[in-house]
Design a protein around this ligand. Structure first.
Ligand code: NAP
Length: 387
């Protein structure tokens, strides 16, 4: 049993975990057993499968009653009677953990209603059904597994983020009604669940947001030892130097990260130094190559995939990513050039624009300001500095 346990788990009670038959949900079931749980209902559409059989057998061999309920949590008409049937012969239901999830990553500009439903149905759909269903029971806890992406965003996961945010609101409403409720915004989990099947997204989260993955055990030890938590708790580790680069990190709630931003600016200084040292004829290429690196990071793609003659929008740059690109340009040139591009522009055009601005430097700041005005680019700070 965890020494720091504060989650109220007792032997003569039943605990229900949606999504509890695989991944992080199954790790949660195992963690509850370590905390003393003896009766579990684990729900997933596929139920007991050859993949989870060994884990379930291990739990059962320790004397734990484990019922695998094959059911869609977003279908109240099948879930509720089946769960009630099981509970009729089990100790009273005292806790629910809602971990069911489905991903359908798609950029928001291409998102269809069906993409939203894939993610919304198990998450907020399931949470609403569990909320209603659980009102017949005196619960000690009602926990939903959300994600730190509701704080940080994640391009391509607008549906997932919206579903999680809706669940967080449902939990807040429960708390206002005097009911138990806790939304846990986990960061990346290294050894169980969705990111083990998607190393590309894990890598991109690590690089883009600086998230440092926890093992499921680390995350759950933290989660279950929270003392009197508020309705929402984010549980993540991060390299704040990287995290501070995100536009969203400029919100006041991230102000403790501002210090880390200074470190990040130091790192960005290296591009400025390379630019200053480069021969004038090499500068254009240097800028274009750096822009490709930056855009690849923002678009979650590889450097090789960047088409320099394709409009930014056609490459998938949405408005959130546009803000990121503006900030990256600010960092690259140590000045405010936000708004110096639009989504119809190609990377090659943007590079030429920036290069032209640099060529004009030589103390001709008036001419330069004029050029910047003409192109909607404020490049004077860097160029004046160099003049
Ligand atoms: N893993 C991470 O890094 C991470 C990070 C932050 C937050 N989280 C959150 O933690 C939770 C668990 O994540 P995970 O990584 O274990 O995900 P996962 O590996 O994709 O597992 C999701 C589980 O949900 C079940 N499920 C999906 N749709 C369902 C439905 N309609 N009804 C019933 N069960 C359904 C799946 O089983 P079937 O397909 O058989 O239905 C599966 O067991 C999720 O809520 C996720 O948002 C995970």
């Amino acid at each position: 049993m965890c020494e720091e346990q504060t989650l109220n788990v007792v032997q003569e009670a039943t605990y229900l975990i949606s999504g509890g038959l695989s991944g992080f949900g199954l790790a949660t079931a195992e963690a509850l057993v370590k905390l003393g749980c003896r009766h579990l209902i684990l729900v997933s559409r596929r139920g007991e499968t050859p993949d989870n059989k060994a884990s379930l057998t291990l739990l059962r061999e320790t004397g734990v009653e484990v019922k695998a309920l094959a059911c869609d949590i977003s279908d109240a008409s099948t879930f509720i009677p089946k769960a009630q049937d099981l509970l009729a012969t089990m100790p009273p239901l005292k806790g629910i953990i809602h971990a069911a999830a489905c991903l359908k990553d798609v950029l928001i500009t291409n998102m269809q209603e069906r993409d939203l439903k894939v993610s919304m149905a198990p998450k907020i759909g399931g949470a609403m059904i569990l909320d209603q269903f659980s009102r017949d029971y005196a619960l000690d806890f009602f926990i939903v597994y959300s994600s730190v992406t509701t704080l940080l965003g994640n391009p391509g996961q607008g549906n997932y983020v919206a579903s999680n945010l809706a669940m967080e609101n449902l939990v807040a409403r429960r708390r206002n009604q005097g009911l138990p409720g806790l939304a846990l915004g986990f960061g990346a989990i290294l050894d169980h669940g969705m990111l083990t099947r998607d190393p590309k997204t894990l890598k991109s989260l690590q690089e883009r947001t600086g998230l440092v993955p926890y093992t499921a055990e680390e995350a759950l030890n933290l989660a279950f030892s929270l003392e009197d938590p508020p309705a929402y708790v984010a549980l993540f580790a991060a390299d704040f130097k990287k995290l501070a680069r995100l536009p969203i990190a400029r919100q006041p709630r991230f102000s403790p990260l501002i210090l880390a931003q200074d470190l990040q600016r130091e790192a960005q200084g290296s591009f400025k130094m390379r630019l200053e040292k480069a021969a004038p004829e090499d500068r254009g290429n240097l800028i274009l190559e750096e822009l490709k690196v930056v855009l690849a990071r923002i678009l979650h793609t590889s450097f090789e995939q960047i088409q320099v003659h394709q409009p930014l929008q056609a490459m998938g740059l949405d408005s959130l990513m546009g803000v990121e690109l503006s900030l990256a340009l600010e960092d690259m040139f140590s000045g405010n050039i936000a708004g110096g591009f639009n989504a119809q522009m190609t990377l090659a055009e943007l590079s030429v624009r920036l290069e032209q601005a640099l060529e004009q430097q030589s103390g001709q700041t008036d001419m330069l300001d004029e050029l910047g005005r003409k192109h909607g680019v404020t490049v004077a700070p860097l160029l004046k500095e160099q003049a």
